[in-house]
Design a protein around this ligand. Structure first.
Ligand code: ADP
Ligand code: MG
Length: 399
């Protein structure tokens, strides 16, 4: 995949109607936005378009209305918040590609901003229906993709419209592509990848691709136990993906053949059961990773492992991290994740964090501003690491 894509700065936007795909999929509670982070993140691109005299037509999905007109998933709340942040009116359309949206798009003057209704009110959006994509495109002269979180999906608004319009990236997508793209295509070495988290099966597939690129692969979190099992260790009641044990054996062999250092936990923090509630009190002990008692569940990496992983991360020039090292939501089980986040924060390397929970952990634990780049898309960043082509990026014009 070519990572050298045109951005808004590489084309002229003045006087043009620009359809800009954003990620305004913000959390709400009883109709009130509980975090406007995603709206704030979109501001640089929107402000660039405004100040360069584009007629800005913003669009996004929110939630999963599945082609139904669900009023609780209307983007009206986003238009209101965005308008406050920009200090200027954001015209809200009553529909997506209907009469109202088209009339309002046609009436835009240079520097005006409007927002279409929730793209997923239309069945054609997630089906990437060409007729719907064409309708969307018909309102504009240029397409800007600034939604990395949906870049791994071939939807009408993320990829389909590019069949009908010239397409470039916004700042958010550009940053993802340039930083992650460079790490994968031409990393400064040593290149260390750290994987963890709970979605074992999902992430095991990333390993195959990363083994082609990294110097050291570190595995912690819930996915480590399938590797430990592949080494013949008992893992008690820990997360285990039995169907992937053979795959893990293959990956260990591949690492050895390629001369990639593969680091697994050497000690493990265990408890009798998963804490309930997740942040409730939990009684733990630390055991060697090859001696997890049958009745116990591994919930974090132990102290020796923390030192081992931190040491490897500190010596790196590029680090990619995806997935917490333990059940970080619980203060007693957050130590492994803290140790890794701290090692990244203290390192001079280019540090990249992907994955919703890993990003949340970095922020919650106070390390976010010391990380080079925190990806805005969980699923998309994983597919990036898997070496897959992302439709929302592939459709953009090459430089
Ligand atoms: P991300 O969102 O960063 O991609 P995942 O969604 O894959 O990460 O995993 C995050 C979750 O993994 C967290 O909720 C954390 O509690 C859980 N987790 C980490 N280690 C373990 C473990 N040893 N056992 C069970 N769950 C774990
Ligand atoms: Mg997650």
């Amino acid at each position: 995949m070519n990572y050298n894509k045109k951005s808004i700065e590489d084309v002229s936007v003045a006087g043009k109607r620009v359809l800009c795909r954003c990620d305004f999929n913000v959390p709400t509670k009883a109709g009130v936005i509980t975090s406007d982070k995603r709206i704030v993140a979109a501001l640089p691109t929107i402000e660039y378009l405004i100040s360069h005299n584009a007629k800005v037509i913003l669009c996004s999905h929110m939630g999963k209305p599945k082609g139904e007109w669900k009023p609780e998933l209307s983007l009206k709340v986003v238009a209101k918040r965005l308008s406050e942040l920009l200090g200027k009116e954001v015209v809200m359309a009553d529909d997506v590609v209907g009469e109202d949206a088209k009339a309002k798009a046609a009436a835009l003057k240079d520097g005006d901003v409007m927002l279409l209704e929730n793209l997923r009110y239309m069945k054609g959006e997630t089906k990437n229906d060409p007729a719907f994509a064409k309708e969307l495109a018909s309102m504009a002269d240029l397409f800007v993709n600034d939604a990395f979180g949906t870049a791994h999906r071939a939807h009408a608004s993320t990829a389909g419209v590019a069949d009908y319009l010239p397409a470039v990236s916004g700042y958010l997508v550009q940053k993802e592509v340039s930083i992650m793209g460079k790490a994968l295509a031409d990393p400064d070495r040593p290149f260390v990848a750290i994987l963890g988290g709970a979605k074992v099966s999902d992430k095991l597939n990333v390993i195959n691709n990363l083994l082609e690129k990294v110097d050291t692969l570190i595995i912690g979190g819930g996915m480590a136990y399938t590797f430990l099992a592949a080494q013949g260790c008992g893992v008690g009641k820990s997360l285990l993906d039995e169907e992937k044990i053979d795959y893990c054996k293959d990956m260990m062999a591949k690492a050895q053949a390629k001369g990639v250092k593969l680091l697994l936990p050497i000690d493990t923090v265990v408890a009798d059961a998963f804490p309930d509630p997740i942040d409730g009190p939990v009684e733990v002990q630390t055991v060697p990773s090859d001696a997890i008692p049958e009745s116990k569940m591994g919930l974090d990496i132990g102290e020796k492992t923390r030192a081992l992983f931190a040491e490897a991360a500190k010596g790196a020039k590029t680090v990619v991290w995806n997935g917490p090292m333990g059940v970080f939501e619980n203060p007693t089980l957050a130590q492994g994740t803290i140790a890794v986040a701290q090692a990244l924060a203290e390192s001079d390397a280019v540090t990249i964090v992907g994955g919703g929970d890993s990003a949340a952990a970095c922020e919650q634990l106070g390390f976010a501003d010391k990380i080079t780049h925190i990806s805005t898309g969980g699923g998309a960043s994983l597919e990036f690491l898997e070496g897959l082509e992302l439709p929302g990026i592939a459709c953009l014009e090459d430089k």
